[in-house]
Design a protein around this ligand. Structure first.
Ligand SMILES: [Zn+2]
Length: 296
């Protein structure tokens, strides 16, 4: 969960990633904010345009069409791998999608199959439209795929997200097929590679920035916390819970995950205002990030 990037910051981080960025007309104030929420943002969504030609595609994404007013995304990624920013704020790109998918994106866990359209994605996702006919024949030049990787990595790095915060429209909304022509799993691998500091698919970026060591333990995933797990992370977590007045330990905390850890964590979730299943004592990404467990 995060506050959306400002227009200037978006331009800054994309250029810092080595991308060529074009600012289209009044994109900085072009949005659908009068129609609904924008943010908190949880991820990046990749699409294909089903159009050809850079100028025509950028114009459609900026203006939209009758029945679907623009902006239709935040940025268009052309075949040369250049970025055309067309919107800043809420954009008509994601539509209604699956709340279980959104939950998985927030937790950065494995995506379930999208079989519901019950959640407004336009509030939650940055959207990038890639110029491609989507017919399975129109090629995806390496420069364009590299740009998808870079755009996604730049935004994920800024927000402290992993590659799991990047999804395809087809993974969000039942019936959608975009993007078609490469797999999102393959693309996420490239993004992960880039986030680790190396370039992704064969890229050699000049000036690789050293990735600062996180001060806090990144969320290890909900599956990490189970009976029998022993880790110094669990001790560090327990100490933080005690410091927050949520310790439910008779002794400890210790490196081993126990019922006392679960009860303590549930107290923390309740303190944050979570209820029911969201306060079951199994760490989720949102509460974990708020706990700020120091790196051990
Ligand atoms: Zn789409």
């Amino acid at each position: 969960m995060a506050k959306p990037l400002s227009a200037s910051k978006m331009v800054e981080i994309l250029r810092a990633e080595g991308l060529t960025v074009h600012e289209v007309r009044s994109w900085r104030t072009h949005n659908r904010n009068s129609k609904g929420a924008w943010g908190p943002v949880n991820g990046v969504m990749i699409h294909h345009t089903v159009t050809k030609g850079t100028e025509a595609s950028v114009n459609i994404c900026y203006n939209g069409y009758s029945g679907l007013p623009g902006p239709l995304c935040h940025g268009v990624i052309d075949k040369k791998g250049e970025i055309h920013l067309v919107g800043n704020g809420r954009a008509n790109h994601a539509g209604l999608g699956d709340s279980d998918v959104l939950r998985a994106v927030i937790n950065e866990s494995k995506l379930p199959h999208d079989n519901e359209a019950d959640t407004d994605g336009n509030a939650r996702f940055y959207g990038f439209e890639c110029i491609n006919l989507g017919d399975g024949k129109d090629p995806w030049p390496e420069a364009q795929k590299e740009a998808i990787e870079k755009v996604s990595a730049a935004i994920c790095r800024h927000h402290g997200w992993s590659e799991r915060s990047v999804i395809g429209h087809k993974e969000w909304q039942p019936g959608k097929t975009d993007p078609r022509g490469f797999t999102m799993d393959g693309m996420r691998k490239r993004i992960a590679q880039r986030l680790k500091g190396g370039g992704g698919g064969g890229d050699t970026t000049p000036d690789p920035k050293p990735v600062p060591k996180p001060k806090y333990v990144p969320f290890p995933g909900s599956g990490f916390f189970h009976t029998g797990r022993k880790s110094p992370i669990i001790t560090a977590m327990g100490r933080r819970l005690v410091a927050e007045g949520c310790g439910r330990y008779e002794e400890g905390p210790t490196p081993e995950w126990t019922e006392a850890d679960r009860r303590s964590y549930a107290a923390w979730q309740q303190k944050l205002g979570f209820k029911g299943k969201d306060a079951d004592g199994i760490p989720g990404k949102v509460s974990w990030d708020k706990l700020k467990v120091p790196d051990v």
